[in-house]
Design a binder for this molecule. Sequence first.
Ligand code: C5P
Length: 404
Amino acid sequence: MSDPQDLRGRHLVLGLSGGIACYKSAELVRELQRHGATVQVVMTEAAAQFITPVTMQALSNRPVYLSQWDAREPNAMAHINLTREADAVLVAPASADFIAKLAAGRADDLLSLLCLARPRERCPLLLAPAMNREMWAHPATQRNVAQVVADGALILGPAAGDQACGEIGDGRMLEALEICEELVAFFQPKLLSGRRVLITAGPTFEAIDPVRGITNLSSGKMGFAVARAAREAGAEVTLVAGPVALATPRQVTRIDVKTAQQMHDAVLPLAPRHDVFVATAAVADWRPAACGEQKIKKDGSGAVPTIPMTENPDILAAVAKLADPPYCVGFAAESHDLAKHAREKRQRKGVPLIVGNIGPATFGRDDNALLLVDDAGERELPRADKLTLARALVAEIAQRLGAR
Ligand code: C5P
């Protein structure tokens, strides 16, 4: 997906406490900058055992702060100055010891001192823990984490997996890309807070025989972008995905399906528990009436097989017909006369909002242009990358939900 500069204008204090995950923080600086943020690095003495301040200075293009006694600050108050300009303090890695310090309100080094001295209402604190699994699971650590959360900090991760010590379990720091995605999400307006959103995405695959099938060129990118945007907006998101190789957006529950019937069977029981249903999937209209158990073979006679077809259920129309349906948003992929077809589709499916796009100008691409059609008329969302469009669509949906 292209790279919207969604941290542009944000200034971040990136704190490193001691842990082998410090090596990931070098990449993290790069990633944050790629998204448009400026980054001021502050390191504890222990962090400097794992990665040098020179590396972090070169990457961040700013002198690194290590001590509260830093003589470079004219007023000798680095702990105050550093957070007054910052939009957030992100500590990655946050060690068990550092979290314990925060929980106790201690301030005997620059990083813990500035966390304590930051203006809490406008400079939030995000922590990406990194430690051995036993340390993470220890009741003392869990107690400290609960305390810092109660004090307003946000915890990112940790992830489970291989650890530097050779053990496997919870406690790995999130990857730089994941931390960056969390930070971007954190700054998005919470337009769908408390809402549940169900989304279908991608193509379906309808088997003809064990090795062949009918599918289409939908990449799933638009639906995955809508899932990410809805989660960023504070919604609880379930994504029912056809066969695509895309990474699941963070904090989104994903259900993988193959066929239209499976997608239908996954969606229908879930739909009544959701506030919004967005059908971005390009669902096959028909499927072979039967899937042979053996591959259909050429017999050399030149005869072509006849494949009887049957109609697939219309998932969107079925959800819209529920007794108390979620707010339903359909997509219309057309090749021409977009507005006319979208209006007709809206009537036919019985849904309040249809989002039209030109099929060949969206399938597989990272950008798109949308035409929103509802009972108030039409509204264009001009060509942009799919995540930007998905965020705009989420804002449009939130507005209509609020007006209901
Ligand atoms: O009828 P058509 O396929 O053009 O309608 C497109 C819209 O309906 C999309 O939102 C698509 O996800 C949804 N749809 C569906 N189940 C089908 C066919 C389409 O949910 N079987």
